[in-house]
Design a protein around this ligand. Structure first.
Ligand SMILES: Cc1cc2nc3c(=O)[nH]c(=O)nc-3n(C[C@H](O)[C@H](O)[C@H](O)COP(=O)(O)O)c2cc1C
Length: 180
């Protein structure tokens, strides 16, 4: 059985911290946590189940390390892989661009064959526009976290979402909710 990979990029540490909080819900030996700044395309060949974490910066832009990796990710074949996304943003400060980078990453990996799990309802968020919405518009393409404005909601959101994706993934990964 292959491991679960959690791959994140983070400018100021929020997404990195969330990556570790997500990992803490899974069995320790089932998960590898990787900074996108430290990987190359071949990393993806080792994993069939992948979580990708990305914050949005500078009015709808991709986080800097993901930006560096952008050409590489276009060349990764995601067919046969199941991917869940988590995005960080600030819905009040940047409500016209909330979580845009998660939507942009989603579009690339779907074009390259990924099966996406872990859609997340927009209920409880207040924003103007987002590129991270599903076609119906009532869900995000992945877990939406706002450590700037709704930090107190993140623990519960991470617990519920990790439980959800553990049921949606084909491979079995055990999840335990924690209070962090
Ligand atoms: C200058 C600046 C620009 C930002 N632009 C956006 C944005 O366009 N959309 C958004 O949803 N969040 C935006 N944010 C919020 C960040 O995504 C948020 O603080 C996130 O938690 C940062 O993650 P990191 O610490 O992993 O880099 C911005 C924050 C700053 C300070």
């Amino acid at each position: 059985m292959s491991k679960l990979a959690i791959i994140y990029g983070s400018d100021e540490g929020n997404t990195e911290s969330v990556a570790h909080r997500i990992a803490a819900r899974f069995e320790a030996d089932a998960v590898d946590i990787l900074d996108v700044a430290d990987i190359d395309q071949t990393t993806f060949t080792d994993y069939d189940t992948i979580l990708l974490g990305i914050p949005t910066w500078d009015f709808g832009q991709i986080q800097s390390d993901w930006e560096e990796f952008w050409d590489d990710i276009q060349a990764v074949d995601f067919s046969g892989k199941e991917v869940a996304l988590f995005g960080l943003g600030d819905q009040f400060g940047y409500g016209d661009y909330f979580l845009d980078a998660m939507g942009m990453l989603h579009d690339v990996i779907v074009a390259n064959g990924a099966k996406i799990v872990g859609h997340w309802s927009t209920e409880g968020y207040d924003f103007e526009a987002s590129k991270a919405l599903t076609e119906s518009g009532d869900s995000f393409v992945g877990l939406a976290l706002d450590e700037d404005q709704q930090e107190e909601l993140s623990c519960d959101r991470i617990n519920r979402w990790t439980e959800q994706i553990s049921l949606e993934f084909t491979e079995v990964f055990f999840v335990d909710p924690i209070d962090d």
